[in-house]
Design a protein around this ligand. Sequence first.
Ligand SMILES: Cc1cc2nc3c(=O)[nH]c(=O)nc-3n(C[C@H](O)[C@H](O)[C@H](O)COP(=O)(O)O)c2cc1C
Length: 189
Amino acid sequence: MAKVLIAYLSREGQTTKIAQRIAERLTQRGHGAELFDIEHGRSTLEPSRFDAVILAAPIYAAGYPRAALAFAKKHRDTLARVPCSFVSVGLAVMSRTHDGKAQTRAVVERFLKQSGLKPRRVELVAGALPYTRYNFFKRWVMRRIAQAEGGDVDTSRDHEYTDWAAVDAFATVFSQDLSPESQSAALSA
Ligand SMILES: Cc1cc2nc3c(=O)[nH]c(=O)nc-3n(C[C@H](O)[C@H](O)[C@H](O)COP(=O)(O)O)c2cc1C
């Protein structure tokens, strides 16, 4: 059984849900999963206590919130020593009008370069459009963007795009990577 840290950051709650789902799946597979809210958690967290780490963060304005970068930089050396994956949450990844996946990969690449983080896996996850949680201005801006992208424009309700089966599959693969056989294969590679 491995002790896995899931460090996440969320403004509107979707990355929290995704982090919780991954924790649930890892726990079902016999691992110990600890969730840590990067922005609001206790400041004494020590990632070196864990056997593996998942960092999950949402994209805002073509970048991740500063606290995600600060966390990745601060713990770069520790994260380099254990299996580490990065989960990127955003909406461009499911754009119908342009190659949002390529755009998202570019955002990820910039983050990895700036932070020095070298995750074994990067998972691109579609987030949500929680119109009812936005203030008037944000709702107006996000509706305009959604309209231009051929997305959902009904602002009377929230829209969730996360593919939960894909999130579960990510947790399964991450868990398999933690098996003693995978660990020794990684060490000898
Ligand atoms: C003001 C604003 C800017 C955003 N910018 C981007 C962006 O540049 N690229 C992207 O893929 N998603 C963008 N999104 C979508 C968010 O990443 C998405 O809603 C995600 O689910 C938010 O995660 P959270 O609920 O954990 O904060 C933006 C959302 C808002 C409200």
